[in-house]
Every structure is written in structure tokens, then in C-alpha cells.
Design a binder for this molecule. Structure first.
Ligand code: CA
Length: 429
């Protein structure tokens, strides 16, 4: 039996946004009490009150259409964005694809994350007192270092026309969010744009120039529609320090107007936290930019729960000193937050898809039907027309259900409390 230990009450003051629209100030304060007698959390020293403890939660509506429900620590069914807020999460990130549907209206999957999905999530996040980071991929489906395909509708455009299309799309999309009363705090121009973006590649002649023109076009739209929001650019593979040097240099040379240099940091791929601190610290110092971790995650179990294999887990991916457990997952989050908090101009972290759990049934067949119908898996078979090499071959379910903060039946786990507890620490025996 668990001994009764000193409970530490973490009081987190969150300021619910009273005003809607881009980055508007906060006024109404609410107190959040989170306690745990089983999760040890070392206090993160010198954490600013406005430090971002964010969560990418882009798949939620697609999961809910397939029957997923979310419950708080007491087993009460609630809006999952409310549950996140109650546990100290203060920012929601949502990815946006231009048109993740085929001509018959069948979704490509991965949450079918178009702007309408972002508006729904943004309204729910705003209602729960959180700001929204809008993450434009400028693609019809996943954009990452392996692929940066332009949207179907932009194929064959010369760079001037493509920049104009990107500007207009960004402007119109942000206007939809603002009109819906969403509190847009930050806008990301491209996702993991490691030398490529929206069909342009830095390995082609003039490639960097075209990529930077596209980024500038996106930034211009943000400044016009959401003048108080931060403009972020996003790269990955911080373990390659020389690449980050070149990204920083190109952004500076082509005078891209941005505020935040963001990096992914998956501890099982991306080197040590000391290295992360060094490369982001370098950008912050050299260019005077804010820095943050836009994506991080870790597993609480090696087990899969939806009959679609996971990125890490049964096949490996364990990081030294971080067991696959709620405690290991919480330690990872706490230490990434501490790392970024200790970098000058380090503004926060976002956990990636901590709400993406198994959609549905007790067999691969039952789940597969949901992934196809609602887009709740990482890709549906309909994505093959757009991404034949990857999605076309490997479409299916969720590869990160063992990295969520909810069990496969939707109950908040103890690890979710880390976001609130890291502010004051939680000492147990
Ligand atoms: Ca899975």
C-alpha cells in the first residue's frame, strides 16, 4: 500500500483570456490546484509566469467523431481542452493543412486538420482560457524533413504567384480564427522546414531565397491580421548544429520578419538536452530571437493500444534514465521545460499530440474503419493520391498512443499533472 506522504499543493495562476483576438491581454485570474501523492516533480527554478506549457492537440475532433471521450482524474467526462487547462497546460497548438481531402470529400487522415478543424479547436481552447499556436504546414498533408509538398491547388505556380497564394491563404485563415473569437497567440510559418518548404528545396538553385520569400509572405499576413501574435519558424534535428547555423543565417540574410525560432526535440532522436540548449542559445544570442521547443514527447508504456505500431515502444526508443512510465514521461517533460527556461529568451515548450489515443474498437478491423471514415489514424488510404510513397504504403492508425497523457479509454493519467506541478515541485518519498 502506498504510504501517505507529504502532499504539495501546486497553485498555478492562470490568466483566462477575457478578450478575444490575436494575442490580446489577459485579465481574469483563476487558481488551479493539482496534487499528487505518486508523481515526483523537481521544481523548475526561475520559471516565468508566462512560460508556455503547451500541447499540440490537433486530432481531438476526429477522435471524438469516432467515439473517443475524455475524463479528468476523478473520472468526470469533460472537454479535453478544459482538462488540459486544469492541469497547467496554458497553450494549444494546432496544425493546419490547406486541403486534406480528395475530390470525393474523403479525408487523408491525421485528424483531417483543415482550417475548420483549427477554428473548432481554437474556440474550445479559448473557452478554456488558453491561447492558440496556429501551425501552418502549407501542404495538404504532413510536412516534415521527409516531405514538403505544396498544396494541390498551388502546383505549377511560379514563386511570385505561390507567395501571393500563401499570403492570401494565411490572411484568410487567420481572419476566420479571429472572427470566431479565437485567442491567437502565435503563428508558425511552416513545419519542420529543414531546407525545404511548400515544394521549394534549398538544394535547387535559388532554393533558399524562394523558401525565405514564402516565409516572409506568411509573416506579412500574420502582422496584418494578428499584429499582437508572435511569428514562429520551425526546424528539427537540433543534433545537427551546423544546419541550425545555416537556418539562422538565411533567415537573417533574407530579413525574414519573425520572433521565435522553434525546434522539435524528440529525446530518442535528437541528441542531448545540453546540445539542444547550446544550439538554441546560439540562435537566441546571435540573432536576438526568442526560442522554444515546438514538439517533444515520450512514452509511458512500451505497449500499443490500437493495433497500429508505435514510433517508439516495443521496437525500442528508450532513453537512458527515462523509463517508459508515467514518472519517466513526466521527468522528460520537466527536464525539457527546465532546459528551455534556462536559455536566454527561452519562452516555452509544446508537447506533441498528448491527446491522441486509440480510436475505438477491439480489433484492427474495427479501428481501421474509424481511421478511414473520420481520419483519426495518421493516414487513410485516401491519402495515397497525394502521398503515394509514405501514406500510400503505410496508412493506418496512431503511432503515438503510448505517448499520450490519457489511457486508451480516455482517462487523464498521473503524468499529465507534471505541467502544473513543475512550477512549485512535488516532493514525495
Ligand atoms: Ca498505435
Amino acid at each position: 500500500m502506498k504510504r501517505k506522504i507529504s502532499l504539495l499543493l501546486a497553485t498555478v495562476m492562470l490568466f483566462a483570456a477575457a478578450l478575444s483576438g490575436c494575442g490580446e491581454g489577459a485579465s481574469e485570474a483563476k487558481t488551479i490546484d493539482v496534487k499528487s501523492d505518486s508523481l515526483y516533480v523537481e521544481k523548475v527554478e526561475n520559471l516565468p509566469e508566462d512560460f508556455i506549457l503547451g500541447m499540440d492537440a490537433s486530432c481531438v475532433p476526429a477522435l471524438e467523431k469516432g467515439g473517443v471521450k475524455y475524463y479528468d482524474h476523478e473520472g468526470v467526462e469533460k472537454d479535453v481542452y478544459q482538462i488540459l487547462s486544469e492541469n497547467g497546460v496554458n497553450y494549444i497548438r494546432v496544425r493546419v493543412w490547406n486541403d486534406p481531402y480528395n475530390a470525393d470529400g474523403k479525408g487523408y487522415g491525421g485528424g483531417n486538420c483543415d482550417i475548420a478543424n483549427a477554428v473548432e479547436i481554437g474556440k474550445r481552447a479559448t473557452a478554456a482560457g488558453m491561447k492558440l499556436l496556429v501551425n501552418f504546414h502549407y501542404s495538404d498533408f504532413w510536412a516534415d524533413p521527409g516531405k514538403q509538398m505544396e498544396p494541390k491547388a498551388w502546383k505549377g505556380m511560379d514563386i511570385e504567384t505561390k507567395c501571393a497564394a500563401l499570403y492570401e491563404y494565411t490572411r484568410d485563415s487567420l481572419q476566420k480564427l479571429v472572427e470566431a473569437g479565437v485567442d491567437v497567440g502565435m503563428v508558425q510559418i511552416g513545419n519542420e522546414t529543414n531546407g525545404a518548404m511548400c515544394g521549394e528545396n534549398s538544394s535547387d538553385v535559388g532554393g533558399w531565397k524562394r523558401i525565405m520569400e514564402l516565409m516572409s509572405a506568411g509573416s506579412k499576413a500574420v502582422r496584418e491580421v494578428c499584429p499582437n501574435a508572435l511569428v514562429a519558424v520551425h526546424f528539427t534535428n537540433p543534433e545537427k548544429a551546423e544546419s541550425y547555423e545555416s537556418y539562422g543565417k538565411n533567415l537573417d540574410y533574407y530579413q525574414v520578419d519573425y520572433d521565435v525560432f522553434a525546434s522539435s526535440y524528440y529525446p530518442f532522436w535528437h541528441g542531448s538536452m545540453e546540445n539542444l540548449s547550446a544550439v538554441l542559445g546560439n540562435i537566441s544570442e546571435k540573432y536576438g530571437k526568442k526560442v522554444m521547443v515546438a514538439e517533444t514527447s515520450y512514452a509511458f508504456t512500451a505497449d500499443d493500444s490500437d493495433f497500429y505500431g508505435n514510433t517508439i515502444g516495443e521496437g525500442g526508443g528508450i532513453v537512458k534514465d527515462y523509463p517508459f512510465s508515467y514518472q519517466g514521461q513526466a521527468n522528460l517533460v520537466r527536464n525539457v521545460a527546465a532546459t528551455v527556461a534556462n536559455i536566454p529568451n527561452g519562452i516555452g515548450i509544446f508537447y506533441w499530440e498528448g491527446t491522441w489515443i486509440s480510436a475505438g474498437g477491439e480489433s484492427w478491423e474495427a479501428n481501421s474503419a474509424l481511421w478511414e471514415e473520420y481520419g483519426s489514424g495518421w493516414a487513410s488510404s485516401y491519402a495515397a493520391e497525394y502521398d503515394s510513397e509514405d501514406a500510400g504504403k503505410w496508412y493506418g492508425g496512431c503511432a503515438v498512443d503510448n505517448q499520450a497523457f490519457f489511457t486508451s479509454d480516455g482517462k487523464a493519467t498521473e503524468a499529465l499533472k507534471v505541467f502544473a506541478l513543475l512550477r512549485e515541485g512535488n516532493i514525495i518519498e
